[in-house]
Design a protein around this ligand. Sequence first.
Ligand SMILES: Nc1ncnc2c1ncn2[C@@H]1O[C@H](COP(=O)(O)OP(=O)(O)O)[C@@H](O)[C@H]1O
Ligand SMILES: [Mg+2]
Length: 489
Amino acid sequence: MSAPIQIGTDQSDRPVIIDVEELLATRLLVQGNSGSGKSHLLRRILEESAGIVQQVVIDPEGDFVTLADVFGHIVVDGAAYSAAELTRLAARIRQHRASVVLALDGLEIEAQMRCAALFLSALFDAPREQWFPALVVVDEAQMFAPAVAGEVSDEARRLSLAAMTNLMCRGRKRGLAGIVATQRLAKLAKNVAAEASNFLMGRTFLDIDMARAADLLGMERRQAEQIRDLARGEFLGLGPAISRRPVAVRIGAVRTGARVMVQKLAPPPTASPDALHALLHEDLHLDEAAPPAPPPAPMVPAADELLEQIAAVPLDAVEPVEQPQLFAPSQAEIDLAVDRILIDMAAEEGCTFQTPAKLFQDFSVRCRMQRLTAGHVDMATFRRRFAMAVAGVSDEPGGPWQDILRVAQPLADDLLAPFLVIARAAQQGLPCPDDDELARVYGTSSPGRIRRLIDHYERSGLIVVRTDFSGRRSVSIPELGLATEPLEA
Ligand SMILES: Nc1ncnc2c1ncn2[C@@H]1O[C@H](COP(=O)(O)OP(=O)(O)O)[C@@H](O)[C@H]1O
Ligand SMILES: [Mg+2]
């Protein structure tokens, strides 16, 4: 066993172990009536494995926020963020491998579903290099993956169910291991329940749930009666991460409480959760290039309210509606608009540090907002034109930068901007840009990368670097017969 944790003891007081590594691959389903001890069991698993694996808790009742006090989980209050912020937060949680509790107790049920769906989907959508293993614990999972339509809108149910299905069916490859707990198996969507290979069944009263639990445990129906007789905190366990035969387990003690925290258990706060909190929240509202969030649920006012509102608006106060464009813009107009978008984007601080994919997405959104289709500018073209915008160089025919662009032609897209900045300085008879400026344009904070970049330009025969006796650097571009002024060291 590679990552064993003890969840409790069996009838002979022997430890019952869960193998967390196996759990990552085979997922867990917990069932038991309200009060049977499911949340306690989840807490035990979370506490015991906190030092081993990243954890994400979807917490509809705000029970698990106390994990923060002892184990440093970051509490994310679902009610406090916009959809876009929550998406970014989830992306950073993947990136920084932070253990978090998404507390949803401040929200109505439908908002809880939307919030959880958004959050889970963003975790799921993390780029491949961030597919680190994490336990994703969903308490009261029947709320998020209901077997039948309920009072909430179809759309909220669909979003939430899709996110839960993704988690359980396709999460494994992405490192996400679903652990779901439900009061009633019959209320949980079948495809969500079916993906778990490990089960912990607690006290269950209803025959239909008991029968399904017994089926999952491979027990005869008449044996199933014992599920009814289980005490609070007792579960029957089965599965590759627990035991090959059904084992009765009494779940052990926990260190954190539900909500109310015993003061003496809390160690003084350490620096790292704070640092992590700052890392997750820094500039959360500024990260413009994050994927667009789904629109919020429309508020539907009652019909009589609506009529009142309409009646209350004086007729002359109605603003003229912006007309859709009647003429298709000419290519020159499109080019001009695209140039302007690129210049705006290039002027934004930190833009060069964004990934090309994010930048292109931002570009596409800006184009759509101006009713332009980004279709005629593909990713490769965009990257070159963005590099040109960053360097302040345009490709207007007969314009001043044509020669420079011709020389730069063989350069890969990501190496283009720093070269253009140097060449532009040379053409304008300005000093060679310093390393800080080159680093900004290149989108790096590593001086080593700038040195290697300049070496690369030099080896490709694009530039010749000359350092004079007083240490001042100048760069010439032999093919164009241009040179920058020396940069004061
Ligand atoms: N194994 C256990 N040992 C001690 N107390 C337990 C145990 N399991 C549950 N409890 C207590 O029983 C109560 C109900 O448990 P809880 O986990 O909230 O049930 P559920 O989530 O199934 O509704 C809680 O006060 C909890 O602390
Ligand atoms: Mg509970």
